[in-house]
Ligand binder design. Structure first.
Ligand code: PMP
Length: 392
């Protein structure tokens, strides 16, 4: 059997491209943050994670340029060996303080944080407990570990309790949840999860990729609930509000030190480039100096949710600037996406397995730098297209 046979049989994408309904890997020729261009066609970007609009902030750009001038383009090695710069450690100290923890550790992507951190903590007799809507990188981190994996239905506390009760007392336990769920923009029930973890002797880690910069005045979801002390580990990425590339995990010193010396995705991978480290640091400084951006992104979230709801769209349980438009059918989702695209609005169609079958949706997300005029145009376009494709 030819190992490549599966590739030759894989024709879905070719068919979708031929029919004009392939929504992925779209090569943009221009990207100025809130507006992007594809083959000369200009669109308002409502599918980015650039929540604070900092990818084009002069201070963030300048920091990246200066870092390249000073340190060159790459660290050409792992944090463990030659690839640690003083600026990595300075960034870690500031991040730890920002999320209310003692120590932090940066990795080259958020995916690598979850792969390395979760797998490093899971020995053979340990158990990791996941929400069924957790991000793929959490699931993969759990799979890489040697422990058992248990999953509970999304935000279902009764199911969680049954799962927790079924795990032997002798097993070390780590519950990992998204803080802000990445597809539907709803929050984890952090106080109840913390209570459950305390009841069953589990530790809790929050993936706040979509929370830091947005929730809890930018400090994240644990902060939003006043529970930074009760949440053991917080991770996040630099590829969203931090307008860069990389990620970090924060917690108590002993735990971070253990992860630092056991996480294979840290030890066996090159460190964050100087430009990315410096731009993440600059973005953190902008978060501190321009809190109005954090306020603005949350107000935009409210405006758009209210706008969609008043037109009759179902936006699920979103309370953040990630707003799903529920569609519930593959064909309709792609038609809706394609018509919006042609009308100048870029959003992301999401189908199974990224969401459960029957829960297909358009994921929309916003930036503090979107103008009201742009947002009003987006709402008008949704109304027109939503009626045309029969969603409202
Ligand atoms: N966790 C969550 C919840 C995410 O949404 C993402 C990115 N989509 C990641 C982790 C991975 O982050 P990165 O892009 O830095 O690899």
């Amino acid at each position: 059997m030819d190992i490549f046979e599966k590739c030759f049989q894989y024709t879905e994408v070719k068919t979708a491209i031929k029919e004009g309904y392939y929504p992925y890997f779209i090569p943009l020729t221009e990207n100025e943050g809130t507006e992007v261009t594809f083959k000369g066609h200009r669109m308002i970007m409502c599918g980015s994670n650039n929540y604070l609009g900092l990818t084009t902030h002069p201070k963030v750009r300048e920091a990246a340029i200066e870092a390249i001038k000073k340190y060159g383009t790459s660290c050409t090695g792992s944090r463990f060996l030659n690839g640690t710069l003083e600026m990595h450690e300075n960034l870690e100290a500031e991040l730890a303080e920002w999320v209310g923890k003692k120590a932090a550790l940066t990795f080259s992507t958020g995916m690598q944080v979850n792969l390395g951190t979760i797998s490093a903590l899971l020995n053979k007799d340990d158990t990791v407990i996941l929400d069924k809507d957790d991000h793929a990188s959490i699931v993969d981190g759990a799979r890489l570990g040697f422990g058992k994996i248990e999953r509970y239905r999304h935000n279902d506390l009764d199911h969680l309790d049954r799962v927790m009760r079924s795990i032997p007392e002798t097993s070390g336990k780590l519950l990992v949840t998204d803080g802000v769920f990445s597809m539907e923009g709803d929050l984890a029930m952090v106080p109840e999860l913390v209570d459950s973890c305390q009841k069953y002797g589990a530790r809790i880690m929050i993936d706040d990729a979509h929370g830091i910069g947005v929730t809890g005045d930018g400090h994240g979801t644990a902060w939003h609930f006043g529970l930074t002390d009760k949440v053991d580990l917080v991770m996040s990425t630099f590829s969203k509000s931090f307008a860069s590339l990389g990620g970090f995990v924060a917690g108590d010193e002993d735990i971070i030190d253990y992860i630092k010396h056991h996480a294979r995705s840290l030890i066996f991978s090159a460190s964050i480039t100087p430009a990315s480290t410096a731009s993440a640091m600059a973005a953190l400084h902008v978060m501190k100096d321009e809190p109005e951006r954090i306020k603005r992104i949350n107000q935009i979230g409210e405006k758009m949710r209210d706008g969609y709801k008043s037109m009759g769209f179902n936006v699920g349980k979103s309370v953040t600037p990630i707003i799903p438009i529920m569609v519930g059918d593959d064909q309709k989702t792609f038609l809706f996406w394609r018509t919006l695209f042609d009308e100048g609005v870029f959003v992301n169609p999401v189908i199974s397995p990224a969401v459960a079958p029957g829960c297909q949706l358009l994921r929309t997300s916003y930036m503090a730098s979107h103008t009201d005029a742009q947002l009003d145009r987006v709402l008008e376009t949704f109304k027109k297209v939503g009626k045309k494709v029969g969603i409202i």
